[in-house]
Write a protein that binds this ligand. Structure first.
Ligand code: FES
Length: 320
């Protein structure tokens, strides 16, 4: 059900399944039975979570068949060490409950390729599942590699065994047949690699792909959390359209500094992974701290994630 004033949807949780590895699987449907918005593989939605008296938005990849307009499927890892969104959802969600969401948005879409390699670590398998459905429907050549800690901490087993792409999937466990970078294909302009998982897993696999010679544009990455350091030297930000200049403190974000002067930039993840806070740069050189922009976009310096990134120059002029 769509809220036209906020552009959000209210969906009903029609199934909850607590899977292995502390992963909660949810099925969401429109309460009126209306078809859900169209999605492509790799898309995510933002879910509104009430935790510790505040409302925060958390991003979750859609794991189901993108061609299915009747329901969406999420896999949510319970992460006690995180800022509380996943724990609050695990504790609160019941079948029949409503969830407010925005999206879908897709920054991790499939490119045209002769060969596609999908690599998911833990709950990072969720966008790969949607990609598996889409690639299988296209009849495209691909392989999926899924790394988990152990067999008894492997979520989505039933889905993987029954999926139309089951024959494309190889599962690895840290305590048995641990995944290695040998799953990476030889570099080729027409081969694309998709990687999603915990930050250490991603850094390792992306680094290995780069060393092998894969072009940055062919290594697609989706972070679901990031340890982001927003601290650094102070600098000035001029919000050109608003006619305001602020000083960004050593431990302050650009978003927070501008908010002191009443200039609001929308944020969701606040850790540089969703792209909601992106702002155009008119002058100055950003010090990128996010995981959202591509290497080429960072190099260009025309945009900045204002929730976490800073400035290499004493002054940054933004189009806000
Ligand atoms: S709010 Fe998500 S990248 Fe800044």
């Amino acid at each position: 059900m769509k809220d036209m004033t906020t552009d959000s949807l209210t969906l009903t949780v029609t199934a909850r399944h607590d899977d292995a590895g502390n992963i909660m699987r949810l099925r969401l449907e429109d309460p009126t039975g209306a078809p859900l918005p169209p999605v492509t593989a790799g898309a995510h939605i933002d879910v509104l979570v009430e935790t510790r008296g505040e409302a925060i938005w958390r991003q979750y990849s859609l794991a189901g068949d993108p061609a299915d307009r009747t329901s969406w499927h999420l896999g949510i890892l319970k992460e006690p060490a995180s800022r509380g969104g996943s724990v609050a959802l695990h504790d609160a969600i019941r079948e029949g409950q409503s969830l407010r969401i925005t999206g879908p948005r897709n920054h991790f879409a499939l490119a045209e390729a002769d060969h596609t390699v999908l690599i998911g670590g833990g709950v990072g398998i969720t966008p790969m599942l949607a990609m598996g459905y889409e690639l299988a429907a296209r009849g495209a050549p691909f392989e999926m590699h899924y790394a988990t800690r152990s067999a008894d901490r492997t979520a989505f087993r039933d889905l993987l065994e029954a999926a139309p792409f089951a024959g494309h999937v190889q599962v690895y466990h840290d305590d048995a047949n641990r995944i290695t970078d040998a799953v990476l294909p030889p570099p080729d302009p027409c081969t694309h690699v998709y990687i999603c998982g915990p930050q250490g897993f991603m850094d390792w696999m992306i680094g290995a792909a780069e060393v092998m010679g894969h072009a940055s544009a062919n290594i697609h990455r989706e972070y679901f959390s990031a340890d982001v350091d927003v601290s650094g030297e102070t600098f000035e930000v001029e919000a050109r359209a608003s006619g305001v200049t602020v000083t960004v403190g050593r431990d302050e974000s650009i978003v927070a500094a501008l908010a002191r002067e009443g200039i609001k930039i929308d944020v969701k993840c606040e850790e540089g992974i969703c792209g909601t806070c992106i702002t155009d740069v008119i002058d100055g050189t950003p010090d990128h701290r996010d995981q959202f922009l591509t290497d080429e976009e960072r190099e260009e310096g025309a945009e900045i994630c204002t929730c976490c990134s800073r400035s290499k120059t004493a002054r940054l002029v933004l189009d806000v």
